[in-house]
Design a protein around this ligand. Structure first.
Ligand code: CP
Ligand code: NVA
Length: 318
């Protein structure tokens, strides 16, 4: 018997149906409970599975959670590091056709999203997007799981992303739209989302009963939000724009006043790493209304759930 995610890539948050999101959350919740109780898993669905980890950008959470998650389910991670000259020493296609002869899957963090789609198109083994300039789908999975653990069903609930219409926002908009949420974005002029992603999210929202709202002023968009989400103003690869970005994003900080304006029960979210005092204050990030560490914890479990469903010998879902 094979599950619906057997052999599947995850490149974009739009790759999953509502039922597939629910399957991953159910499996991840079970794995999380078991891990919290025993720090290990009885079932080892990834026994004998070897997965390459290719990171062309820095990472703490994603590297550690993919490697630890593979180990915890009996699999093995191979860090390829910078040593393979990805796309320089050898083409993406040649690398894909070699790796597929030896390994069972490929996790990749890179710049241009088209590299990940090319790798997936060329490779006969599943490819898992660990962040590109356009998307961060495993982050969105962990985020919506953390939010629903705190506030319950997400249908009709409102998440407002404050800041850059970037990779993290794109994936949240696509995931939230699939789940029937209202996803708002407050961004400064010139730092909006990709129009194709907004169009895709709007199409998903039209089916699910969700809503996509894109505007400017966080003080107009925050009221009535269940969650305010912050991410760095300067993403990896944008370091040369640092000064211009810090100037442009002044006023786009998730602070206590904005969180109170959102609502008395509203929570703050952040994918981490954070720059305290820029996109979020230390008081909010380190305070009881912030889910950042729950989001980080869930990375481990949603990724294990997806890897087990995609690469596991037996589907974990019951
Ligand atoms: N949130 C996240 O992806 O963290 P890292 O960049 O440390 O992996
Ligand atoms: N937008 C950030 C997310 C880091 C997890 C970046 O791309 O650097």
């Amino acid at each position: 018997m094979t599950g619906p995610l057997q052999g599947r890539d995850l490149l974009s948050s739009a790759d999953l149906s509502l039922a597939e999101y629910e399957l991953i959350f159910a499996t991840a919740a079970r794995l999380k409970r078991e891990f919290r109780e025993q720090r290990r898993h009885a079932a080892q669905p990834l026994d004998g599975r070897n997965v390459a980890l290719i990171f062309e950008k820095q990472s703490l959470r994603t590297r550690v959670t993919f490697e630890a998650g593979l180990n915890q389910l009996g699999g093995h991670a191979l860090h390829l590091g910078d040593g393979i000259g990805f796309g320089v020493r050898e083409s993406v296609s040649d690398i894909a056709h070699n790796l597929e002869r030896w390994l069972d899957g490929i996790v990749i963090r890179t710049f241009d999203h088209s590299v990940v789609t090319e790798l997936a198109a060329e490779s006969s083994v599943p490819v898992f997007n660990a962040l590109t300039d356009d998307e961060h789908p495993f982050q969105a999975l962990a985020d919506v799981m953390a939010l629903s653990e705190r506030i319950g069903s997400l249908k009709g609930r409102v998440l407002t992303f404050v800041g850059d219409g970037n990779n993290v926002y794109h994936s949240l908009a696509l995931a939230g739209a699939t789940l029937g949420m209202e996803i708002r974005l407050a961004h400064p002029a010139g730092f909006g989302p990709h129009p194709d992603i907004v169009a895709k999210a709007e199409a998903l929202a039209a089916t699910s009963g969700g809503k996509i709202v894109v505007g400017r002023d966080p003080r107009v968009l925050a009221p009535g939000s269940d969650a305010l989400y912050a991410d760095v103003w300067v993403s990896m690869g944008q370091e040369e724009q640092s000064h211009a970005r810090v100037a442009a994003f002044a006023g786009y900080c998730v602070d206590s006043a904005l969180l109170d304006l959102a609502g008395p029960e509203s929570v703050a979210m952040h994918c981490l790493p954070a720059k305290r005092g820029q996109e979020i204050t230390a008081e909010v990030l380190d305070g009881p209304r912030c889910l950042a560490l729950e989001q980080a914890e869930n990375r481990l479990h949603v990724q294990k759930a997806f890897l087990a469903e995609s690469l596991g010998r037996e589907p974990l879902a019951q």
